[in-house]
Design a protein around this ligand. Structure first.
Ligand code: F3S
Ligand code: F3S
Length: 113
C-alpha cells in the first residue's frame, strides 16, 4: 500500500486530500495518514504532494521511511492516545473529520522546519 512519510510532519499541504477518489487520507495533528484497508492503490495522491511524502511501500528500502509506513497502519489498527478503540476503516475522512491526534512515533518526532 501507499503511505505518508516524514516530510508531511508539520507541513500538511493537504493537496492529497482532494485527489483521493475514496477519501481514505485521514488528518492527524501533525501529519496525515493513508488508511491501508481503504486505499485502492490508485497513486493519484503521490503525484500531487509537493514534498514527495507519499510512497508505495515496495518502492523504498530506507528503514526510517518504512518505520513511518508501518506507523501509518498503526494509526488505524491500534487505539491512539486518549482513545479506547482503534479507528479501523470508518469509510472516509469526511465521516471522521480531522482527528487531532497522532501515533506516539509522530507525536514524538522532532519538529520539521
Ligand atoms: Fe502531507 Fe503531502 Fe498530503 S505534505 S498532507 S502528504 S500533500
Ligand atoms: Fe487514495 Fe492515494 Fe490510495 S489517492 S486510493 S490514498 S493511493
Amino acid at each position: 500500500p501507499y503511505f505518508i512519510g516524514p516530510e508531511c510532519i508539520d507541513y500538511m499541504d493537504k493537496s492529497c486530500l482532494e485527489e483521493c477518489p475514496v477519501d481514505c487520507i485521514y488528518e492527524g495533528k501533525r501529519k496525515l495518514y493513508i488508511n491501508p484497508v481503504e486505499c485502492i492503490d490508485c497513486g493519484a495522491c503521490e503525484a500531487v504532494c509537493p514534498v514527495a511524502a507519499i510512497t508505495l511501500e515496495g518502492d523504498t528500502d530506507d528503514p526510517a521511511r518504512l518505520r513511518l509506513g508501518e506507523d501509518n497502519a498503526r494509526f488505524f489498527d491500534t487505539p491512539l492516545p486518549g482513545r479506547d478503540t482503534a479507528i479501523g476503516a470508518p469509510g472516509g475522512a469526511a465521516i471522521t473529520g480531522p482527528l487531532g491526534v497522532d501515533t506516539p512515533l509522530v507525536a514524538g518526532h522532532p519538529a520539521n522546519d
